[in-house]
Design a protein around this ligand. Sequence first.
Ligand SMILES: NC(=O)c1ccc[n+]([C@@H]2O[C@H](COP(=O)([O-])OP(=O)(O)OC[C@H]3O[C@@H](n4cnc5c(N)ncnc54)[C@H](O)[C@@H]3O)[C@@H](O)[C@H]2O)c1
Length: 271
Amino acid sequence: MIDLGLQGKRVVVAGAGYNPIRAGHGRWSAQLLGAAGASVACVDIDEGRAKAIAAEVREAGGEALPIVADVRERDEVVRAFDEVAAEFGGVDGCVDIVGLATWNGLLDISPEAWDEQLRENLTQVFLVWQEAARRMVAQGGGGSLVALASIDGMVAAAFHGPYGAAKAGVISLAKTFAYEFGKYGIRANVVAPGNVGGGNMDQPVDEFATNGINPLAAPRTIDIANSVLFLCSDLAARTTGQTLVVDGGATTAELWGVTEDMLPALRVALP
Ligand SMILES: NC(=O)c1ccc[n+]([C@@H]2O[C@H](COP(=O)([O-])OP(=O)(O)OC[C@H]3O[C@@H](n4cnc5c(N)ncnc54)[C@H](O)[C@@H]3O)[C@@H](O)[C@H]2O)c1
């Protein structure tokens, strides 16, 4: 048996709820953490979603606490961590799922829309990680911070300009948190999904190279949650400041010299 080191650990998942038209990264992450033995604080802006995912984790035999908070607001973040402390006695892990892109060309983005996207995708990660780290330092037992970025933070984010800039900021923030808090045994890492869209869970497990965007296969929600689980776990004990890209190989592409007529060969699965 491999011990993930999560038994009895107290993990906050911000954005743990499930919206059926979205990928469900929070839901799967909360479920896996619960199945690994962690007590999961399921934070969501939507009360019904917070309660539903907490109930799911409990039904599967785990321990969970629903918390309603808008993590874009510092007061609500502090209150959410107070609720975690009152119920669980502390916090050992913190996963921030929250984030949403808007679609607009760079010329069509107002200063207000820019600020809103940065608050939604970057500032709230800072607020959540800052509060988690503050409490982890006070406890003295180390901890793990994880957030979802996106490959949009690593390559051009066409029509997602502020979102891409914010996600690049999350990738940077992980390095700074890792550096400033390493001395306390606190790690900070990021998972950068490729396009999971509304969820690719129905993709056949043995289907590879069906498109040129994801040369291996499109990433599924479970692939993102597995990476979150790894980074929260003791398996990642010496991994910090890193971004784990889970994109089916999409950003490995270097198409220089590749012509249109060569593309089909890239899409054929190897024997
Ligand atoms: N789906 C993809 O293809 C993809 C690709 C790259 C990155 N991502 C990243 O994944 C994350 C989103 O994953 P998803 O689509 O599964 O999640 P989602 O949009 O369904 O959100 C998860 C939960 O977060 C809650 N939430 C939203 N705003 C909140 C707030 N201010 N405070 C507290 N809770 C809030 C929602 O109510 C929801 O239940 C984002 O960070 C996104 O950038 C997704």
